[in-house]
Design a protein around this ligand. Sequence first.
Ligand code: ATP
Length: 347
Amino acid sequence: MANVTLRNVRKTYTGGFEAIKGVNVDVADGQFCVLVGPSGCGKSTLLRMVAGLETVTGGEIDIGGRVVNQIEPADRDIAMVFQNYALYPHMSVYNNMAYGLRNRGMAEAEVKTRVEEAARVLELAPMLERKPRQLSGGQRQRVAMGRAIVRQPKVFLFDEPLSNLDAKLRIAMRVEIRKLQRRLNTTSIYVTHDQLEAMTLADVLVVMNGGQVEQVGNPLAIYEKPATTFVASFIGAPPMNLMSTRADEIKSQLGGSATEAGILGIRPEDFVITDQTPAGGVALPLTVEAIERVGAETFVYGTRAQDEQRVAATPGELPPGEVIVRVPGTEAPAIGERIRVAAVRAK
Ligand code: ATP
């Protein structure tokens, strides 16, 4: 087991592109750290630098108290799980898991013990003689995990390991990975662009954008108090409503915290449809433009009066003036209806 510390880590690719612009992250021993951010923000680059698959242009990567910048990947005591599994198609499940251990010259008896233990934990024991093509996607993913586990590394690195699975299996595997990590208590760094996956897996969430860290912390703390408008719109789906006009006034009414000077964020679930203005709350008149029913809940997309339009902040956000409100599935208003919503809880 080991902590992982990144100190002012930088990466400039050949050709001059600066993919990582000075990143500081501390992952304590046994913690599950998730790097999340949009495509191209540099999360794979960062993970590959920890793995030793990419050179480090500046700063230090420290694993278990040892700076590993110049250490070969094989000597870093890490194991990586990739999105494409990278299994050997001609080898059995058993041999896929045993391969790396044998390569290191481990005695066959110890190889057997480790592979059988990993197979038991991952519920692969009945499939040890099968070839990868005879497995489902989820089972292949488990073999890839098994290959990492048998090495008993100090650190697991995951590069979007679930992105090739269908939605249902993704959720099932997500739960399995978390249970497994808790049980093995191995320090882990996990890359994903899926904010829901990030929220549910992380002890420590690192939100990245443009080669930099936007915010680091406990996922729920980040959800509750995003530090920037980027984080506010990236974490949470649908995104947080960001409002600037008269924000100071609204803020003082709510006692809420603005993400940036003059911008107030209110989550869709923090609004209710009501004609009342709750004490210490804020009310907005809306015209309903669209309704999204997703079962137990419904998202209402409304536009606000011109003088209360929200400010354009970051990519992926809503058009100015639009507000999203989450209501119970049974409460949906009609399109075109004029409603009043109120925020009852401050962010
Ligand atoms: P995704 O979710 O799409 O995989 P990411 O956040 O993992 O994205 P990276 O793969 O780390 O992003 O890439 C970060 C940036 O560095 C991108 O703009 C990418 O185009 C660039 N990049 C990646 N590899 C190289 C390379 N070998 N040479 C030059 N630029 C690169």
